[in-house]
Ligand binder design. Sequence first.
Ligand code: 2HI
Length: 355
Amino acid sequence: GSEENELYRAQIHLYKHVYNFVSSMALKSVMELGIADVIDNHGKPMTLNELATSLKLHPSKVNILHRFLRLLTYNGFFVKTTVNAKEGGEGEIAYSLTPPSKLLVSGKSTCLAPIVKGALHPSSLDMWSASKQWFNEDKEQTLFESATGESFWDFLNKQSDTLSMFQDAMASDSRMFELALQENKHVFEGLESLVDVGGGTGGVTKLINKAFPHLKCTVFDQPQVVGNLTGTENLNFVGGDMFKSIPPADAVLLKWVLHDWNDEQSLKILKNSKEAISGKGKDGKVIIIDISIDETSDDRELTGLQLDYDLVMLTMFLGKEREKKEWEKLIYDAGFSSYKIRTISGFKSIIEVFP
Ligand code: 2HI
């Protein structure tokens, strides 16, 4: 009957969500094996045996590889075709890359493997075991702090390999920005100077500098991030604290910054940004690049990703991904008079904020 049917569906739904991590972790395994690189180097679809040979796998692992590939093919990371079909014979299955797995090919400007590595690193996953304890504590701290006793930022700064893992992930995400920049050149036109707050190793700033060579750019980040970096004529690195003050410029760029911070902290950053652009009068602007959640969107994959990111920001930083009306409140509370919001690069938006 329909009651049983509903129960069966419910079980499938529940189990699917219980085992969502399998798809994430199998994707990470494939990334670590470098399968996308092997197929990309080969230049044409590869059979299971060709893949196993290239990866130098022990014969006992060939079938294991097949099972991983079966799930990942189902999940849209590979497509299967038939090769070497002789007359009357069946031929062999060969795997090729799809647009999502092409994003794992290393050495390409679009490579997002560092995101997979960082986001699925044990440091980002282990904290979830402490979530019950976190809910029941009577103090305000991140899940990461509750689980490990230190903030994620302190954790990163403690070891150079974790700091560079994070920086590599942020830099790889930033490279995608080049496309978005082409479509949003008008946002940067007419500006003489720009400060990229939380600009890290300068990936985004360099892209902006390439598109606008006359623009005087400053990458502003914590001293331990920018201390050893040297700039060029129109790109300089400045160390400091965005909660104290931001170097003056015609425009302040806040890319993937405000989602790491709660409303009170974000308000402070925005007020300091307003101060930084005050020299340009009404012609200054703050450029925010971040997620804007639209729960009413019928793109369930997109909204689901944005809501996932919200929980990642919440648990790691007590930060948040905001809806359009939350952005609006923050912007007006910080004393700005107007803003323009547009979707870029799929899941993020660009928000121009005017004094
Ligand atoms: C490396 C990458 C990420 C991470 C931790 C890492 O945490 C991310 O890509 C995510 C999250 O999963 C992230 C994205 C933006 C951001 C902070 C974290 O500002 O070591």
